[in-house]
Ligand binder design. Sequence first.
Ligand SMILES: [Ca+2]
Ligand SMILES: [Ca+2]
Ligand SMILES: [Ca+2]
Ligand SMILES: [Ca+2]
Length: 293
Amino acid sequence: MALFEIRPETGERKATAAFWALLAGSVIGLIAIVVAVVLLARWWQQSQQLNVQSEREQGQVEDLVATCSRAANPQACEEQRVNDAALRLGAEACKALEGDAYDGCVWNVAREQRNPEVCQGIKDGVSQTACSDELYRRIALSNTDSKSCDKISDEQDKSACNETVLASIAVQGTCAEHGVDESVCDQQDLFSQIVASRNPARCAELADEARRLDCTDTIGPGDVDLDGLNATEEAILGTSDLSADTDDDGLNDYDEVKTYGTDPLNPDTDGDGYTDGQEVNGGYDPLAPPGAE
Ligand SMILES: [Ca+2]
Ligand SMILES: [Ca+2]
Ligand SMILES: [Ca+2]
Ligand SMILES: [Ca+2]
């Protein structure tokens, strides 16, 4: 062998080194082969088990469907049974159905699993897109995630989704967290303050015209003095929407009109010398004429 015919002074040492290298290489190679065989055997066993399981499940679905032959409406019965089974076993089980019924079954599974990927199994192209659009929208709204909105195919639905997500980020006040301009959250904050003030004139403070309209719609006629009577009701009564107690008798306009039936423009409705507020607070009847109490 050429390896052993090297110069005599170093030949023996080199031959020994080569022998050990060869031995180590062979052992490593053998271990690698054993590991590969074991992994392959395990994979084969698992895939066989999965096949058997899936065949057994498919068999169960077929058995369930067979019992529908005695049902009043066999077709409806089959669809119901297969749909129920598919929700447990996955979209594979839908194969017991055909056409629209099959597509509807896969859509149900996609909904149940909240997984747009499952929609790819739908055969009708329009339904397939509608299914994944629906799920991306649901995921976007529940996770406040505009990236899921961007996966929606229908342009109108996509922008509506983005608007809804943005509005919910604004309401939550999480602009910084979602990388949204801080002014969006500031405007929402201002909107809430104005609505709480019940003063429609303040809606003009909002930057966006659509938001201004939304603001005036939300507030309606307004109730600037927050006495419970809106501006329209106060205008009819002749009271002021800038003062909760127009006649300054210690009873607010709402209580005079809705609770005690006193005159909100006359501090002493029954003319006995005591104001309506003094009488109510003292436990007297503000509507009893002089000398009646
Ligand atoms: Ca008012
Ligand atoms: Ca008032
Ligand atoms: Ca009053
Ligand atoms: Ca009185």
